[in-house]
Ligand binder design. Sequence first.
Ligand SMILES: [Zn+2]
Ligand SMILES: [Zn+2]
Length: 142
Amino acid sequence: MIKNLENIKTNLKLVEIKPTFQRLAIYDYLDKNRIHPNVDVIFENIVKQIPTMSRTTVYNTMKLFLEKGLIQDLNITGTESSYDINTVPHHHFFCKTCSKIFDISIQCPHGYDQLKKIDGNQIEEVHGYFKGICKECLGKTN
Ligand SMILES: [Zn+2]
Ligand SMILES: [Zn+2]
């Protein structure tokens, strides 16, 4: 745990983020819970341990982490951003029944996700996702 905290501090310092107690807690939560949470989920889980945590702090920290490239935001649900500490481009599956977002390991057959430029336009982000009903939810109805 302490070693992990030191690693997080180093990660934040590398991108010139002051490693405050609350930022460390948020980063640690994202690192340990790779469920693509939104601000509400992050807040509700952390405030149990840190009562002084506020939604605004979570929101502002997400903005800062995004600017510094520590996380990526996903706009799959259409209503809110979900956050992913894995910034390597990968695809997602959104379950319309339980609203969970899963990583899926699928390689784009055309290699679109490897392109640096299209028509002279520089690509900085690639997002790919699928929507449907996850296997867990499918199992419940059968
Ligand atoms: Zn589901
Ligand atoms: Zn992901």
